[in-house]
Design a protein around this ligand. Sequence first.
Ligand code: 2U9
Length: 339
Amino acid sequence: MSLTEKIAELLAEAERAIAAAASAEALEALRVRYLGRKEGRLTAILRELAAVPAEERPAAGEAANRAKNRIAALLEEAAGRLAAPARAEAAVDRTLPGRRAWRGARHPVTQVIDEICTVLARLGFTRARGPEVETDWYNFVALNTPLDHPAADMHDTFYIGRGLLLRSHTSPVQIRTMQQYRPPIRILVPGMCYRRDAFDASHAPAFEQLEGLAVDEGISFVDLKATLAEFARGLFGSDIRVRFRPSFFPFTEPSAEVDVTCIICRGAGCRVCKGTGWIEIMGAGMVDPAVLETVGYDAERYTGFAFGMGPGRIAMVRYGIPDMRLLYEADHRFLEQFA
Ligand code: 2U9
């Protein structure tokens, strides 16, 4: 066997041994075995070079040098491979408690809606729902709002065409429910509504509403006030008071804006209530008899009250959310705070 052949055989053996080495110690032993100055196998071969015929010597010398460099490179590469898992190991502190997986949570607006429904369920209110794509009759005409009313303007409502639109309030659901059932009726209607509004800190073109309706014989404004007082105390606390200011809605008569004691300062006056101690949280009123007649109820026999609010606005006050867009651009980092 020529020296060049011996070198090739040695290199192949070293490659196999280095690939199989499982520790830094094993690698060091291999380095000594192949490249060691005294006992190294390649060192021994280099010594034999002197005995090789002069014409073969340059080729054998070059082969021996290449083998030496190759083995050194393989040893270094293997050392890196064996050290890498050790480095990763050091970065893991196995004594730390595990990270809890994010399991999701109800959106703050959903939480407010659910709470309101729970409080008013005690007074016999159940949930109702209906389509978000409505006809202009259900959305406007049946609610005493003629189609030339400003609310029905192209600039305020998303029209789909052929008398269809995205509902601008949840009130069409009350009309549909009354058409379907006889009194007594007590329903809560939460759901998405759509208006051609700016998307800014206090408006969103798609937003939630929660409306309520009660219709029966003998219902008066006293029932409305007592129901809303119960609602406010149940939702915000027993120290909360309610006040009514005259207002106007096409579908109620008389109508009122409803204020509650500021839930941030409990009435003392703060930035949120602009020092008044009160915050406006909804509108309400006695259902206009014309609306009752429209659904075929006898308005001489039945009366009713209705109210409406924006649970998004209530969530903003309650949780101190400064910008409405946060509610609709929410990801888990936002939602986790209300879990
Ligand atoms: C029927 C009859 C009456 C629903 C009502 C309000 C007053 C009201 C808005 C306030 C701001 C909702 O969040 S908001 O956009 N709503 O003030 N809504 S009474 O009255 C009805 C509804 C349906 C058949």
